[in-house]
Write a protein that binds this ligand. Structure first.
Ligand code: FRU
Length: 483
């Protein structure tokens, strides 16, 4: 460990200590989501199950609630419920990463844990340089930086980052989020046989290539994996215009499904589909765990989308990660569902098996508070149905459209909305409500709404409204949260 590295670690620990009381007293601290101990968190990084243990790293700015020279923070768990916050894994200590150890991924090879990340460098004039770097660990806690393994190829700007590495047959592959010199977002591919030397294979798809029109000026955080015989490219494009109910956030996050020809290389794929319909979701990353599950975690935030309006800023922290979600392919699209281990957080169940509400607004006995998990299965939705949460946010269904609304984060007098059309009507809603967030899994995970909410902390009421007749069953669990 270099002197600079030791110094940065010591400063981060001091910062945690300095704000510990203030941060922990914040009523919006979450009970089952990963947060920074102080400062700002953004993307999940290096997600892997290694020697039985889940490692979940994250982009961390300890010294500010804005973005800057990022560290890699680090959580570990063997069951997704009991988590340990480890020492920071990587700090911006070297010439090739001095302005940020940016996002990246992890692989296991011959008993070692390899982390690939982007070294972000800026000169005095603010000109950016980018280096794809490697760090290796024998114990999963201490990482030795091996330096730069990939330099910027010709034809691309320095917005070239977020390496995701995986193995296919005899080779390692790395996909990177890039911007061409013509300001087009791209996903580019590299190949290696030893994890140190990488051959540039070119773009596999991107804005203004055969299958896409103009599709943004930069693609961040790509991830490639196989699901049920399909190749999937998850990516977070920047620069898409809002289109009807789609692309409503500042930047998007979604996937293409198709076939990746590794030899040519080209990705032949279908249309882009958004992964989430809520206000805060970006830069997700997946891993294949030892049980063979493809699990996704995202950042519950969006860059440049009124981040400074989050009320937790005054308590010196901001943002959290989403719950881990298992991905499956139903023949047409990906489905997302919270990993089953999260059931361990549940207290006793409260079940109301058949509730009918007719032209009325009602509370349901015992259904209230946070943190809770709610599962609603609908038998009949004649006209309109809504759930009002804590006199603050609401989820409403009308004419085939599900809408999440909340007070506008910047202008509280306004209400803001996110919507999606449900092709097969409203079948079920599975909600995870924490102190300042909500994740709604709709129709067995065909759609998800992920959002921060900031209700009055003491407000516990959940109300159900129906126009016409709605009949459903509801289960509720109070959640114990992460341990
Ligand atoms: C996405 C992102 C990545 C980058 C990281 C920096 O949110 O901009 O492209 O590596 O955040 O923190």
């Amino acid at each position: 460990m270099s002197e600079k590295d030791q110094q940065l670690r010591a400063q981060a620990i001091e910062e945690i200590e300095k704000y510990k009381q203030k941060v922990e007293a914040d009523p919006y601290r979450q009970s089952f989501h990963h947060m920074p101990p102080v400062g700002l968190l953004n993307d999940p990084n290096g997600f892997i199950q290694w020697k039985g243990i889940y490692h979940l790293f994250y982009q961390w700015m300890p010294f500010d609630t804005g973005h800057g020279a990022k560290f890699w923070g680090h959580y570990t768990s063997d069951d997704f419920v009991n988590w340990t916050h480890e020492k920071a894994a990587l700090t911006p200590s070297e010439w090739f990463d001095k302005n940020g150890v940016y996002s990246g991924s992890a692989v296991s090879h011959e008993g070692l844990l390899y982390l690939f990340y982007t070294g972000n460098v800026k000169d005095e004039q603010g000109n950016r340089e980018t280096y794809q770097c490697l760090a290796v660990s024998e114990d999963g806690i201490h990482f030795e930086k091996k330096g730069v393994v990939v330099h910027l190829p010709a034809g691309y700007t320095a917005h070239f980052r977020d390496p995701k590495v995986w193995k296919k047959s005899d080779h390692w592959y790395m996909v990177i989020g890039a911007q061409s010199e013509n300001m087009e977002g791209k996903a580019v591919l590299f190949r290696s046989s030893n994890l140190y030397e990488w051959e540039f294979l070119g773009s596999i798809t991107g804005s203004n290539e055969e299958q896409l029109g103009d599709f943004g000026y930069m693609w961040e955080c790509p991830d490639v994996f196989e699901l049920n015989g399909k190749d999937i490219l998850v990516v977070s494009p920047q620069g898409l215009e809002e289109e009807g109910m789609n692309y409503a956030n500042t930047y998007q996050s979604g996937y293409f499904a198709g076939t990746l020809d590794y030899d040519h290389p080209k990705f032949v794929h279908g249309p882009f589909r958004e992964l989430d319909r809520g206000f805060e979701f970006y830069a997700p990353q997946t891993t294949l765990d030892e049980k063979g599950r493809r699990i996704l975690v995202g950042w519950m935030g969006v860059p440049d989308q009124y981040e400074q309006a989050h009320p937790t800023i005054e308590n010196q922290w901001v943002h959290c990660l989403t719950l881990p979600r298992e991905l499956t392919w139903n023949g047409e699209q990906m489905l997302q569902k919270p990993v089953e281990e999260l059931k361990e957080m549940r207290g006793p169940v409260l079940l109301h098996s058949s509730i009918t509400i007719e032209n009325d607004q009602k509370a349901i006995r015992g259904v209230e508070g946070k943190p809770v998990e709610l599962n609603l299965e609908f038998d009949k939705v004649e006209d309109q149905f809504a759930i009002e949460l804590f006199q603050h946010a609401s989820l409403s269904y009308k004419e085939g459209i599900l809408t999440l609304s909340r007070p506008h984060l910047e202008d509280k007098k306004k209400t803001e909305f996110r919507r999606v059309k449900l092709e097969d009507g409203l079948k079920n809603l599975h909600l995870f409500i924490d102190h300042s967030s909500i994740e709604v899994f709709v129709n067995d995970g065909k759609e998800v709404f992920t959002s921060r909410i900031f209700p009055q902390p003491e407000e516990e009421r959940i109300l159900f409204t129906s126009l016409g007749t709605t009949t459903f069953s509801i289960e509720q669990w109070k959640l114990n949260g992460f341990q």
